[in-house]
Design a protein around this ligand. Structure first.
Ligand SMILES: [Fe+2]
Length: 388
């Protein structure tokens, strides 16, 4: 039985998709906020692609500055530097052009500038945001995080060797413009890892305790699009249709995640990313098949449906058998796009695993309580051991 729970469903006030959507809409959106001074937040890799200059060209009637010092997988210290650079500069609109790292930084920057204190006070600290910051417009250049439609941000705490999260309704971007043209040059390994992150959002949200019929709509469509197009996007990156599917799959996975949240894959990948510097996408991509294997029993009907959504022929299968097929399908997908299947390939060794299992159980209660299957410390350790 489906229970419709009273869960708020939030998305940006404008979500614009399609080829050429940035060129056609960016200036109008900026003018809609009556902006006089705009900051484009980005990174050095994006500067090299020429996309930042292209955006400045679209905004030539508006005073535009660029800040492009966002690190990959940014630390809280990097966020403090960004905040210090920006303080007192009085921008009316913030545009984030980049992957999840840039978008999270731009979201955080707009919110922090409207409040007292530093980034550290809000990321794992005691403070929470209490009002909206200046408007934000997000343009993702990878198909993965869905950060353009979520209320979360993630930053690395270098000293604690952890990823820390801040969650607030005031971190929701105002506008998301999802234009696959800005993802055409993403290299295969990044396309694979970020695409698996997007698939993880969709699968985890779909099977989550907080899933609703509304989030299921987005999750199902995301699984279909990513399942049918990720192999092509990785191996033939110039294929526009595959890139469009991946862009929409990432966006819809992000919307499902914003409404239903994620679970054990994200919880278990945090130590890999915090201590061994795997990217967020790479960590989730590695953990997804192993967690799915155990989670399957927690929601057999939904996993059975995932098999069909991934294009597997499930006719005549019992739900139990179809659910198992979903796990096999995820494993094969991961293999086909070259995701490293073992943690040992990153230098991770068995001694750290008991400590990681304990830490995950102690610190990731928000995500683990949303997971379709209750996981004990022993279960988490068994997943890590299987993935080693
Ligand atoms: Fe993610």
């Amino acid at each position: 039985m489906t229970i419709i729970k009273p869960v708020p469903f939030k998305i940006p006030s404008a979500v614009i998709t399609g080829l050429g959507s940035v060129k056609e809409n960016l200036l109008d959106q900026v003018k809609g906020f009556d902006a006089r001074r705009v900051l484009i937040v980005s990174d050095q890799a994006l500067i090299k692609t020429g996309y930042v200059d292209e955006l400045k060209g679209f905004l030539k009637d508006v005073e535009t500055e660029v800040y492009a010092n966002i690190e990959p997988e940014p630390s809280i210290e990097n966020m403090e530097e960004t905040l210090a650079w920006c303080s007192g500069k009085k921008f009316d609109v913030f545009i984030g052009l980049g992957g999840g790292s840039v978008i999270d930084s731009a979201k955080m920057l707009a919110a922090l500038l409207a409040h007292d204190g530093k980034a550290r006070d809000y990321v794992g600290g005691p403070k929470t945001f209490e009002k909206l910051g200046a408007p934000t417009i997000m343009i993702p250049t990878t198909s993965g995080t869905g950060a353009e439609v979520t209320v979360n941000v993630v930053f690395k705490d270098k000293a604690a060797k952890l990823k820390r999260v801040a969650v607030s309704p005031y971190l929701m971007p105002n506008v998301a413009i999802v234009d696959p043209l800005y993802t055409m040059t993403v290299p295969p390994a990044v396309t694979a890892a970020t695409g698996m992150d997007a698939l993880t959002h969709a699968i985890e949200a779909y099977t989550a305790m907080k899933a609703t019929p509304l989030t299921d709509l987005f999750a199902e469509d995301a699984i279909v699009r990513i399942g049918r197009s990720i192999r092509t996007a990785v191996t033939a990156g110039g294929n526009v249709e595959a890139r469009l599917d991946m862009s929409l799959g990432s966006l819809f996975g992000g919307i499902a995640n914003a409404g239903a949240s994620v679970g054990a894959v994200h919880a278990l990948s945090y130590p890999l990313c915090g201590e061994f510097n795997l990217s967020h996408g790479a960590g989730n991509a590695l953990m997804l098949p192993y967690v799915a294997e155990l989670n399957m029993m927690g929601n057999i009907k939904k996993f059975a449906r995932i098999a069909a959504l991934l294009g597997e022929a499930t006719e005549g299968y019992s739900d139990r058998d179809a659910a198992e097929l979903a796990v096999k399908s995820i494993k094969r997908l991961s293999q086909d796009i070259g995701i490293p299947p073992r943690m040992s390939e990153f230098g991770i060794t068995a001694e750290v695993l008991p400590r990681w299992a304990r830490t995950v159980i102690e610190t990731q209660t928000r995500l683990l309580s949303n997971n379709p299957r209750r996981l004990t410390e022993k279960d988490v350790l068994a997943i890590y051991e299987a993935a080693l």
